[in-house]
Write a protein that binds this ligand. Sequence first.
Ligand code: DC
Length: 234
Amino acid sequence: MAMKQNNFLQIAIDGPVGAGKSIIANLLSKKLGIVYVYTGAMYRAVAYLGLRNNLSLENNEEKIFTLLQKAEIELTPTDQKDRVCNVLIDGEDVSDELFTPEVSWGSSVVATYPKIRQELVKRQQKIAQGQSVIMEGRDIALRVLPEAQIKIFMTADVKVRAQRRWRDLQKKGYQKTYEEVLNETIDRDYQDSHRETDPLKKVAEAWVLDTTNLTIEEVVDLICQKIKEKGLIK
Ligand code: DC
């Protein structure tokens, strides 16, 4: 799609687990020909790094921060069907390790630490310098890209979000009941929206997009329409 010249396009998508952010942002990035940044993968990589170094993730901000400072986390595009991007830690592809229940919960734990957030926000802002991006997470509109031209708060009914996650986990071979996944989703929602530093919250100007009854294609079309309406693409 033809992009307007001069300034870079920044699209921020925030929202809870299972709202559809990753799959939709990734499809949009391909359609628009801009870089996709899955910031949750960076928090997941930090949790994995801690666990791999036998650290307890709870009450351990300093040690985990020290590990992070020494580590390079890279997100690269992928053609693989089972992931939206590749995640590399110091050049090693750890993408397949990041969706275990331990890492999922751990990522929400390390995301409560202000030092970890500060460091990752800095790295995310660096990625967005000098290129158009579509970035998704929890604090993108609020903290990472406050100047983004499009700010979306993507959400869906918690039962539908848990269904989607349960199906994803089943495809990846995890044996969990739907009730377990629903409870985990509720717990992660609570932790992500009640932490002290930059909890998940809709910024005043965000466009609320409820995906409960929409297909992926419908959501992608709605966002494209919005971008066109704003004159950001031709
Ligand atoms: O998007 P995700 O569910 O894969 O993210 C994993 C965790 O990382 C999520 O529970 C909260 C945290 N996170 C965050 O605090 N801020 C972001 N910008 C992205 C993710």
